[in-house]
Design a protein around this ligand. Structure first.
Ligand code: NI
Length: 167
């Protein structure tokens, strides 16, 4: 298993659209293992393949405190969503930035698991928010893009400063 480098906003590769996984094979299973390792090491609660520059519809997440409840979603699709929730979000591709985003409170999602088996999950609260956040990555959207233009510019400036200071 390998820890993969995570793309940082505003890297243009974060805007690529991920392709559907046609077969859950050894390569996809290795990607899932590497993504899980990368997410736990970061540490983070969710990671989309897009963030590690692999443009396939694969998401991993774990919102448990014990860090042992890995959820894998391959080709996730939202079947139904309802309600409204505003949650402070962060992102491994946007380090150190936390902003409130409005999303659906509940989602019903269909996906394939790591074995390629179809499942349907009803999620609400943090899990629902996380799923929506990660699914956005698969269509090239980063959470800060829900914010005003001015806020986005400030965030980009702040991230550039972080990179300069790290050099
Ligand atoms: Ni993210």
């Amino acid at each position: 298993m390998a820890i993969l480098p995570i793309l940082r906003y505003p890297d243009p590769r974060l805007h690529k659209i991920a392709a559907k996984v046609t077969r859950v094979d050894a390569e996809v299973r290795k990607l899932i293992k590497d993504m899980a390792k990368t997410m736990y090491a970061a540490p983070g609660i969710g990671l989309a393949a897009t963030q590690v520059d692999i443009h396939k519809r694969v998401i991993v997440l774990d919102i448990s405190e014990t860090r042992d409840q890995l959820h894998v979603f391959i080709n996730p699709e939202v079947l139904e969503s309802s309600g409204e929730a505003e949650c402070e979000e962060g992102c491994l591709s946007v380090p150190g930035i936390y902003e409130k985003v409005r999303r659906a409170q509940r989602v019903r999602v269909e996906a394939l698991d790591a074995e390629g088996k179809r499942f349907v999950l009803e999620a609400e609260g943090l899990l629902a928010v996380c799923i929506q956040h990660e699914m956005d990555h698969l269509v090239g959207k980063v959470f800060v893009e829900y914010l005003s233009r001015l806020k986005q510019q400030r965030i980009v400036a702040k991230l550039k400063k972080q990179v300069r200071q790290a050099m």
